[in-house]
Design a binder for this molecule. Sequence first.
Ligand code: ATP
Length: 238
Amino acid sequence: ALAEVPLQITSLSKRYGKSGDRYAVRDLSFRVERGQVLGLLGPNGAGKTTTLRMLMGLITPDGGEIRVFGHAIRPGAPVLSRVGAFVEGAGFLPHLSGRANLDLYWQATGRPAEDAHIDEALEIAGLGDALQRAVRTYSQGMRQRLAIAQAMLGMPDLLILDEPTNGLDPPQIREMRDVMIRYAAGGRTVIVSSHLLSEVEQSCTDLVVMDRGRLVQAGPVAEIIGSGDTLLVTVAGD
Ligand code: ATP
């Protein structure tokens, strides 16, 4: 059913500047199907963060429509429990364990404890044996994966990750890739932004490539990589 399409964006725009003449996002349309890991790719300033923040209901579009599982997204409206989001800079209490931090976070949502699936989230995040250790002993990659685990609490059907590989080294980037693949297994949907194709090409099934606010390419990863154009876009931005 159409209502079950995880994400459908139609002619989405966001403008900035005194007279609203600068577009951060311009006439953006795409659709994400169930089970896809969609990479939102583009150089710095392409409009990725602006797009994801509109999806999360954090900023208001100037035009267009966003539907998540058929529901129109509007800022101020309650966030669907079927959506989880990671944005940079989640804070944790360093002397508490990863598990205790997630427990506290979930309690603050007011949702039933049995809906959290904390152990499953930590397992998917590759933190199974670290969950009892204090967060201050975690590497940066582990902290980042704990933040992803936090976004996974409740096992949302759609997980939105804004640049989760930012600041990570290659082994940590590979671990993050495996986290996304594990999460999407079983029909869950992931949207992940990155400015480097090499960071997402092995975890994503599909790509939307943006440049200067506009969609420049969209489709299955293999098709886009085969075309060669993406490489120019992403290299130009780095
Ligand atoms: P990055 O990888 O650097 O985060 P991005 O693809 O996420 O880049 P955005 O952060 O969405 O890009 O920014 C898109 C454009 O919109 C940029 O030119 C940016 O300067 C502009 N922009 C974003 N937010 C604002 C704002 N609050 N005020 C003015 N301009 C903004």
